[in-house]
Design a protein around this ligand. Structure first.
Ligand SMILES: [Zn+2]
Ligand SMILES: [Zn+2]
Length: 146
């Protein structure tokens, strides 16, 4: 009798392989929509469901992390080393912040075994900060003209 294949076997179709390759070492934390938009050019027949299902099975296998810092949409992260996230509230860019040492929050109840942590930081990235500075200058110049 043949051994039954494991239930959650990961069949590597060319499309799935392309998704894996796109994610490998990708630090931009793409959303499912980003991945779909990027790979559809190469695979016009690729459906959003393929992207979604591939992401779900990678999540299930622990090969991918779902990042929830961006309120609107789930973002995906193949970086499995413990790290924190910094979100630009203007453009939505997510930057990885390495975790130097495991965080021990104040007020942790005694006997609580801490497994992991993911701290979310919010800010305005240098590029967006510059743009906003320029916009302020422009509106000041306009006011001065009046
Ligand atoms: Zn930004
Ligand atoms: Zn990350």
């Amino acid at each position: 009798m043949k051994k039954p294949a494991p239930k959650k076997a990961f069949r590597l179709t060319p499309q799935r392989e392309a998704i894996l390759r796109f994610l490998e070492g990708n630090t931009s934390h793409p959303s499912a929509e980003d991945i779909y938009a990027r790979l559809r050019r190469k695979f016009p027949g690729m459906s959003f469901a393929t992207v979604y299902n591939t992401l779900q099975s990678l999540l299930g296998r622990g090969d991918l992390i779902e990042v929830r810092i961006d309120r609107g949409r789930a973002r995906f992260d193949p970086g499995l080393k413990p790290h924190h996230h910094l979100l630009c509230v203007r453009c939505g860019a997510i930057t990885d912040l390495p975790e130097r040492a495991p965080v021990r929050p104040a007020g942790l109840p005694r006997g609580y075994r801490l497994l992991s942590s993911n701290i979310e930081f919010y800010g305005i990235c240098p590029a967006c900060g510059k743009k906003e500075g320029r916009r302020e200058e422009l509106s000041c110049a306009k006011k001065r003209k009046k």
